[in-house]
Each structure stands twice: as C-alpha cells, then as structure tokens.
Design a protein around this ligand. Structure first.
Ligand SMILES: [Zn+2]
Length: 340
C-alpha cells in the first residue's frame, strides 16, 4: 500500500513539474511575440498614438540612421527630435508640424518650454538638459489645453548619456578671494544672473552651428568639477574657458541682440547676447567691450577683447551658453546645427 501511495505522489510531482515547464515556455513565447509585433520606426500606417510610444521605446537601443525623420503624434502633429541621443549638459530641438495649437508647450522633466515658429516656418522648442540629469531614456510630452482641461501627450523620448567631465583644482590668491568671493560679490553676481534671466526674446536669429568666439586654447571644458584652494569640489564650471593673450578679439558666435553690458566682481566685464528661442551667450573677464545693449550682431561681429577682469587667474574668455537659464556645453553649440 505504501508503495502505491509513494508511486502516486511521484507521478503527481512529475506531472506538476511538466506543467510548470510548459507554462514557462508559453510565457517566454508570449514575450517574444509582443516584441516582434512592436511597430517599426517611421511606419506611418500603424495607429499613430501607439506608433509614437513604441517608436520611442526603440530609440533607447541605438542611434537612428535618420534622426530627422518625423514621427506622427495622435493628433496628426509631426514630431522630430534632434539630436536623439545627447549627454547631460547638452540640448535638443523638438520640431512640430504647423497644425499645433499655439497655446501648447513642451513638457520635459517637470519644466515647460514654449513652442515658437522658427525661421524655417516650423514650430520648435529648444530644451536644455541640466548637468544633474542621470543617464537614461526620458519621455517628452506636449501639453495642450482642450475644453479647459490640460492634456499631456507623450510624443517622443530622448536618450541621455552621462559624460565623464573630470575635476579641476584652482588656486586663487587671498586678494582675489577677499575681493571677488565676498558675500556682497556673490550676491551681486546672483542679482545679475536673475536680471539676465528676464531678458529673453522670442525670435530665432541664427542659422547653423555657432563659431568659436575667439582664437586660443580651450583651457577648461564645460561641466568640470571645481575645487578652490584644495577645498572639496564645490561647483561645476558652467562655461567654456579659452586661454588667449590679453586684447585678443572676441567675436559673436552667432546672430543675436546685445542684451546687457555689465561688470561684476566675479565675472568681470561682460556682454550678454540673446540668440532667440531662449538661447543666450555671455562672455566674461573682458578687457574692453565695443557693443551696446540693443545692437544687432551677426556671426563674427567684434564684441570686445580678452582680459582678466573679475575672479580670474590670467587672460582668458569664459563663454557661457544657456537655454532658458540652464547652462549647456558651449563647445557642443559649435558642432551642432539646429537650424540649417
Ligand atoms: Zn571659466
């Protein structure tokens, strides 16, 4: 009798194991199947809302061969993202076809960015990616107002990589620290930054990649961690430093409008240029300035000369490019053309 019971138990156990194995195979097959039916990128015949979401999940795999090929959003708005893979501290352009609601905005990482009609007649928004953003794929939303309700629609996705930017150890004399890094100086500089954040205009003035504003050697790249006088790293370099002789000419890197000429104890004599669509350049530590607020400058216009004013260890240009007040890598502006 015992033998029979043991035999039945063994039989049930084997049956259970077989059933489990079979289920496992089924579920694996199911996963594979859902992956194979994912619509291909740029396939415009599949239901649009689904195609956009699934398309964007493909973006994370590898760089697209044709990044400017438009996608289709569910309300028949054509969307393109350029570039589709970037580093933290860089930027991208969202372009939409003309039938977009003018009150719409782009939502990325809990911030809203206005959409403007650019020189090419497209509706565009330039989105900055702060240095603090971690590596990963991030969704891009369009926000519209429909029947007095705010509607978010996931229109695409962008892949962000984290670039290794290194550290820089700076030694400043006690005099410079006392004069430039005093509480009053830091406060004054913060006030200038707050003032300039309200100076954006709407136009899209420039075309092509930016030019390097002066001849010289890049001495500090954007995003490098900074330690002053052997103290722990306390900040990140928000611009690009170009070491050059005193009085070297500084030229506008792209078309824009001079927004401000001002001096600060930290950044010395400086010029702000508004390039439109939320993009601003500033040039610091200048010796002299040859332009005035309100002047229109084009790529190559002489702005001023290299100096060492403010908290500086020697003649160099500190060039910042911000997008809606977020600092982006100026060097990438010289290699990326958002508007041809
Ligand atoms: Zn600098």
């Amino acid at each position: 009798m015992k033998k029979i019971i043991l035999f039945i138990l063994l039989f049930l156990l084997i049956a259970l194991l077989l059933l489990e194995a079979f289920n496992h195979t089924l579920s694996e097959n199911f996963v594979v199947k859902t992956q194979t039916i994912t619509p291909l990128k740029n396939e415009k015949t599949v239901p649009p809302a689904v195609s956009v979401i699934n398309n964007s999940s493909n973006i994370s795999s590898e760089k697209m061969e044709n990044p400017e090929q438009p996608l289709v959003a569910s309300n028949n708005v054509y969307v393109s993202i350029f570039p589709e893979i970037i580093n933290n501290g860089e930027f991208f352009k969202v372009s939409l076809s003309e039938n977009v609601n003018p009150l719409s905005s782009i939502k990325f990482q809990d911030k809203r960015y206005p959409i403007f009609k650019d020189n090419a007649g497209e509706f565009s928004s330039i989105i900055p990616v702060p240095l603090s953003v971690k590596e990963g794929s991030y969704k891009i939303f369009i926000e519209h107002l429909e029947k007095q309700k705010i509607i978010y629609e996931n229109i695409s996705e962008i892949k962000i990589l984290n670039k290794e930017r290194g550290f820089d150890y700076v030694n400043l004399s006690n005099e410079i620290i006392a004069s430039s890094f005093s509480k009053e100086s830091v406060k004054e500089d913060a006030e200038i930054r707050a003032e300039t954040s309200a100076l954006f205009s709407v136009g899209n003035y420039w075309k092509g990649a930016f030019a390097m504003p002066c001849e010289g050697e890049i001495s500090t790249m954007f995003g490098v961690g900074r330690s002053y006088n052997n103290q722990p790293v306390s900040s990140f370099h928000l611009g690009l430093d170009i070491a050059a002789d005193q009085y070297t000419k500084i030229n506008a890197p792209a078309k824009g409008i001079i927004k401000l000429v001002i001096a600060s104890p930290l950044r010395g004599l400086m010029v702000y240029v508004d390039h439109g669509l939320g993009v601003q350049s500033s040039f610091s530590h200048l010796d002299s300035v040859f332009v005035e607020a309100g002047e229109v400058v084009t790529r190559g216009t002489l702005l001023g000369t290299v100096g060492s004013s403010g908290a500086s260890t020697g003649p160099h240009l500190h060039w910042e490019v911000s997008v809606w007040d977020t600092f982006t890598d100026p060097f990438v502006w010289t290699t990326t053309s958002l508007f041809d």
